[in-house]
Design a binder for this molecule. Structure first.
Ligand SMILES: Nc1ncnc2c1ncn2[C@@H]1O[C@H](COP(=O)(O)OP(=O)(O)OP(=O)(O)O)[C@@H](O)[C@H]1O
Ligand SMILES: [Mg+2]
Length: 409
């Protein structure tokens, strides 16, 4: 029945502020994706791993997910994991790696139709991985045969080497290209010589050995910039193992496209001047573009066009919302002295010479370094180079200055 009533469908807000949320338009990442494809194609003869770093909200997790998709399309089995503090314990770390190998083998068994040889390779892998998890979990003694018990426990590195080799054999026997391990928030794990917990060292040594022997494995580690230092401390050869992808703000004109293309797709009209003002305020940082875009979309009712004057009108409220959503909670986790250090950096901009920080705090070099270390652990600062300290959260300095002088807007 035709009621004569025309229903206009109202498009949904296209922007996706959040963590690891696929944006409506992935801006300025073609180069990284093209390079990643090449690295994959070079394996196993030319092994390359990827170290993906950048400030908070710059789009690391989103790109990591794209890497995973690219690898899967090319027949690789991808295992993804977000690292957390408990993995600083070597044994917990080893267990996690074995669990990842197991996941790769199980995924292969589930998703591919296996011929007999492949099925038995997967079964062998699962058997070995099962017994390795048991032994790593520390209940080996109860399960091993008496003759086995007298043998010394193989070093962790050897056990992990066997774990990955068996999983990769299972995957390749089933026709897969190999395994890609994608680790997010990898800056959280670091070695501690004091407590002899060396998970990163172990991982790097195992990976290097596997790749020397032609095992098709790729390691992708992703996190805040402190990751680079953690890896370098773990193994001095880490620089040579990784291709560094340092994500930064979106370059022009992609910073503008990240805002305008989703609007165009949704059919919402807007002033070109508005897009420029947005790109300037967000400084091209992806999270800020999504955040402002989403708020702006809702600042006036569909289908009214978005104008520059709307933007200027909404801007103070949008900045206040950004402070609440992104910055306040991070500042709330700091002590008074840590805040003094942050304020000192902010008084210089987004980075500061270490000397100036030490001078302003009137603390010893050692005490300042320890403070920086604590703040780095909280994901707030890092050392981009010797003698310099910087915010790991984009525009954190601007936020602190805005808090101190709200009248300047
Ligand atoms: N290339 C891009 N173009 C447009 N928007 C993007 C792009 N990359 C990421 N985003 C958006 O930016 C936001 C942050 O992305 P993501 O969570 O991947 O950042 P991150 O670097 O992993 O942050 P964190 O350091 O907090 O883990 C998300 O809302 C996402 O949709
Ligand atoms: Mg992330």
């Amino acid at each position: 029945m035709n009621t004569g009533i025309r229903i206009h469908s109202v498009p949904r807000n296209p922007f996706r502020p959040g963590m690891g949320l696929e944006p409506p338009y992935l801006a300025d990442r073609c180069d990284q994706l093209e390079r990643f494809g090449r690295f994959l194609d070079g394996l196993p003869d030319f092994p390359r791993n990827v170290r993906l770093t950048g400030l908070r909200g710059v789009g690391k997790t989103v790109l990591l997910q794209r890497y995973a998709g690219t690898a899967m399309e090319r027949g690789w089995v991808v295992v993804s994991r977000e690292w957390s503090e408990h993995l600083r314990d070597e044994r917990a770390f080893a267990l996690a790696l074995v669990a990842d190998c197991r996941q790769a083998a199980e995924q292969t068994a589930r998703t591919r139709r296996l011929k007999a040889a492949a099925a038995s390779a997967i079964d062998r892998a699962l058997d070995l991985l099962g017994s390795l998890s048991v032994s790593l979990a520390g209940i080996t003694v109860a399960l091993r045969s008496p003759s086995h018990q007298r043998e010394p426990t193989p070093a962790l590195e050897d056990q992990l080497f066997d774990a990955v080799v068996s999983a990769c054999r299972g995957v390749t026997a089933a026709g897969g290209s190999g395994i890609v391990l994608c680790y997010d928030e990898a800056h959280i794990v670091r070695d501690s010589v004091a407590t002899l917990q060396l998970p990163l060292s172990t991982l790097l040594a195992v990976t290097a050995r596997l790749q020397r022997e032609g095992v098709p494995l790729m390691l992708v580690v992703c996190g805040l910039p402190t990751l680079t230092e953690n890896l370098a401390r773990a193994k001095s050869y880490s620089e040579r193992m990784f291709q560094a992808e340092e994500l930064d703000r979106l370059r022009s004109p992609e910073d503008v496209h990240a805002f305008t293309l989703p609007l165009q797709t949704a059919g919402r009209r807007h002033d070109p001047a508005l897009a420029k003002a947005m790109a300037a305020d967000s400084r091209g940082y992806p999270f800020f573009i999504q955040f402002f875009g989403a708020l702006l979309w809702e600042s006036s009712a569909w289908p009214s066009p978005l104008t520059e004057s709307d933007y200027h009108h909404s801007r103070p409220a949008m900045l206040a919302a950004l402070d609440r959503a992104f910055f306040d909670a991070r500042l709330a986790r700091t002590s008074a002295v840590e805040r003094r250090l942050l304020q000192t950096i902010a008084s210089c901009g987004e980075t500061a010479p270490l000397k100036q920080v030490i001078g302003a705090l009137r603390m010893s070099n050692g005490a300042t370094q320890r403070l920086i270390y604590r703040l780095a652990d909280k994901g707030l600062v890092y050392r981009p180079e010797r003698g310099v300290v910087a915010f790991a959260v984009p525009l954190f300095g601007e936020y602190l200055r805005r808090r101190a002088h709200p009248e300047r807007g």
